[in-house]
Design a protein. Sequence first.
Length: 504
Amino acid sequence: MSRHPGTVRLLTALLTLTVGVLAGAVVTSSPALAAPNFKAPFPCGQRWTYSHHSAEVRLALDFVRADGGSTAGTPQVASAAGVARRYSQPSGAGNYIVIDHGGGWTTYYFHLSAYSVPDGAYVRQGQQIGVTGSTGNSSGAHIHYEQLHNGVGQTIVVNGVSLAPYPGQYHQKYLVSDNCGAGPAVDRYLAGSPTDFTGDGRDDVVAFTRGSLNDVYVSTSTGSSFAGTSIKWNDFFGLDGETLLTGDFNGDDKDDIVTFTHGTLADVYVALSTGTSFAPSGKWHDWFAPHAEVPAVGDVNGDGLDDIVTFTHDAAADVYVALSTGTGFTGTAVKWHEYFSIPGEHPALGDVNGDGKDDIITFTQGPATASDVIVALSTGTTFGNPQKWHDLFAVGTEQPRVGDINGDGLDDIVTFTCDANADVYAATSTGTAFVGTTIKWNDHFCLPGEFPYLADADGDDKDDIVVFTKGVTNDVYVGLSTGTTFAPGTKWHDYFGLDGETTL
């Protein structure tokens, strides 16, 4: 995120879903908005058979192993990336997990004998989420699997192919999994994060390895490339299931790193930047963004120190703030808004009116008829009334980002289709609205499976587009902003941000 005199940068975070009690009837619907590329909910190479019977809810399928292995005890894996929520219904689904994939899409996994991820954790496609069992109302170990859109059951599709018509008993149809290895650790609902770790006015790139090492690597911007392949800035920060973000928390113009532990502790740790490394982490808050809330970072009161914000993302849709003192975040979080960014929407922060205070933004991310952008401006002590600033932007599973792309001191909105078209659209802020519905700023940037971003990579006060290719190549490409368009992407680094790592 770029830095401008008198303005602030933005940051958003993960979104999560709250799911109600299970319904008991099968519901059909019209074709849904484009879904993620769902894969089988069991490990790579395994062969399972499936069936559907009249008692099943919401077009579900039951799976059992058909390759000689034991169904009981086999891992269940995420069929697509998203935020996992844990539930228990002893008289019905037993122990189960719901994953929110964005764009209104969710998947359900029933009858687990054990959970493998924390409640509210971001999981990657292919990551183990639980162990197959027979808890709840179940006659034997199996995977009960569902795909829903906006709460309505859909015919199950794997790798783009429908499994309908469903067989009425096992061993009539089979499925071999190609859900091989955990996909990129990309926090889908992140819409921006400031990454100038050296304080030179140019945004850098950072990779958090996660896993057992939990290392943090930085590659700094030279203005025309990202230098350094394996420069470790911290050797233990950000565990699996935690939310990793960045911001300038002590006001020295160098961005620091922060992690939200979630869960029952809900601690917040910060590691300050020295300009060449991140210092050992310290606890800056001991109860913030518990469980599956959505943490974010931004300077909401305009004092030059980035603060922490959390969206409850439940039926209450509250927004809480803890202000930075430069050495910690103030005690009990204060509610700054009582209804903003409900489940299924994509929250963000940005200074959209150029007053030096970050505002809250939500992308509703529905179909073309319901893809609004709502803003609530910061007064310095609260967020004001929500107002619609744009009525068609970031449809469905597109990836929205926020940043000042034309250098006028007002944060704008950008959306990446990240499909075969790989288009990038932008709408610039006037201070009271975002203008432009179909203004394409680049027509080939961010293919499926890649992770797009905004950053002022060359230090000209205009945010550029950045993409981490992940996969086999692990390249980083940048398309510089001209103020009215993004130039074609050029490679700035040829090996940074591996699959399984979180990159900003």
